[in-house]
Design a protein around this ligand. Structure first.
Ligand code: ACM
Length: 418
């Protein structure tokens, strides 16, 4: 009969119906009544994402495909792939082979960095070939998931600088970092280094057909730029009045490059601290304030506040939790998060594209641990991304969760049992 059920509408059709009504079994058996049920449904937000850090600890292509399968089941549609950082460079760039030869390996700190049999250094290595990346991108696309690569500049740069010391401020060789936290090494601002940025982004543009490329921009402490006469000279020559303005010029240049290749640039909320091209999208991680400010200014925003959506934080008090950042982010808190700040004027609300869970992997050495951290909390992110705010209901979510856990068990998803 062409019955239409719209999202958010109450209907007794399925909920109250007796099984024989649902299956439309005809009473007389000689005539079959066929009815079509149309369901009109649409997500609240267009950006329903998950980020995986493959730099601190890497995952296999098969593992990433399993994550993409699980994301698709939750109707998540953005996979943010963190591929470069101080502790490892994970993407093959043919013009710069040392990024793999040098940058994809580190000697882990402590006992993990020593082969007990020989006493020699035991490197931790890994990277994705371009063929593997194309494979992941196609697998994601078949599941309606866009893959957004991240190349983090001008900080989180040690693996690249270890590969090509001329990219750094001091020019001195240094090892790929084996320590977590904010590292003081930055890229320099020479023309050759800009060319390196554009070469890497040029490869990313070819490999990733999606709309967005993430250029990082976070945690770039400027001590090295301040201390370097050469950088200060260059800043003057390029017209930057201070270091943050310099980062802004760099970001603006990358934005122009990406726009010329049909891509939108996205960065962590620090990029707001300088003049920002209007088309830049901001990922608000230091709370939601950056996102609020960015949206007020007319930028698109993805909400990823670390206090709610960083899934390297522990999810229960259980002693059985694997290692993680020490404070607690329980599922209920994840579910309660609303990406649209109350203080945002109504005419700016369309700038909030959505939300995303970020899985940093300093403490997450295995895919089993990654899944533990992601699930079931990722289901709460998915529901916030899809369901109209007025229809959200944590008790209802919990009541539906056992069926989801059963699906995950059938799919082999190792969700947290804690
Ligand atoms: C970040 O967590 N440094 C974006």
């Amino acid at each position: 009969d062409g019955i239409v059920v719209r999202a958010g509408e109450e209907t007794g059709l399925l909920r109250g119906a007796a099984p024989q009504q649902q299956h439309m079994v005809p009473a007389d058996g000689d005539r079959v009544a066929v009815r079509t049920l149309h369901i009109e449904d649409a997500p609240r937000f267009g950006w329903r994402g998950a980020m995986l850090d493959s730099a601190r600890h890497i995952q296999s292509v098969d593992e990433i495909k399993r994550l993409l399968d699980a994301m698709a089941l939750l109707k998540l549609n953005m996979f943010h792939w963190h591929l470069t950082d101080d502790q490892g460079w994970r993407i093959e760039i043919p013009e710069y082979p040392k990024l793999i030869e040098v940058g994809s390996c580190r000697i882990p700190a402590g006992d993990a960095g020593i082969d007990p049999a020989t006493g020699k250094p035991a490197p931790y290595c890994g990277y994705f070939t371009q063929d593997q990346i194309r494979d992941v991108v196609a697998y994601a696309a078949a599941r309606h998931i866009e893959v957004m690569p991240e190349f983090d500049v001008p900080g989180h740069a040690v693996a690249a600088i270890a590969s090509y010391p001329q990219l750094g401020v001091t020019g001195k060789p240094l090892p790929v970092s084996n320590e977590w936290g904010v590292n003081s090494n930055l890229f320099n601002i020479e023309e050759d280094t800009y060319r390196f940025f554009e070469d890497v982004l040029g490869e990313m543009v070819k490999l990733f057909p999606g709309r967005y490329v993430h250029i990082g921009g976070d945690e770039a402490v400027k001590d090295q730029w301040i201390a370097s006469q050469r950088v200060q000279q260059q800043m003057k020559a390029q017209g930057a009045k201070n270091e943050m303005a310099m980062q802004g010029l760099l970001v603006a240049r990358l934005e122009k490059f990406l726009a010329a290749h049909g891509k939108r640039m996205l960065g962590w909320d620090e990029i707001l601290e300088a003049r920002l091209p209007e088309s830049a999208t901001v990922m608000s991680w230091r709370g939601t304030e950056g996102g609020l400010e960015a949206a007020k200014q007319g930028h698109d925003v993805v909400m990823v506040p670390s206090s709610v959506l960083y899934f390297d934080y522990l999810q229960t008090h259980s002693n059985s939790e694997p290692p993680g950042r020490p404070s607690l982010i329980e599922m209920q808190k994840v579910y309660a998060f609303d990406p649209v700040p109350d203080a945002l004027p109504a005419d700016k609300r369309q700038h909030i594209l959505g939300l995303q869970a970020n899985l940093w992997t300093e403490h997450t050495r295995s895919f089993a641990r990654a899944q533990h951290n992601l699930f079931p909390r990722l289901a709460a992110v998915a529901e916030t991304g899809w369901t109209p705010k007025a229809r959200k209901d944590y008790a209802g979510f919990l009541a539906r969760l056992p069926a989801q856990l059963a699906r995950w068990r059938a799919q082999g998803v190792e969700y947290a049992r804690t």
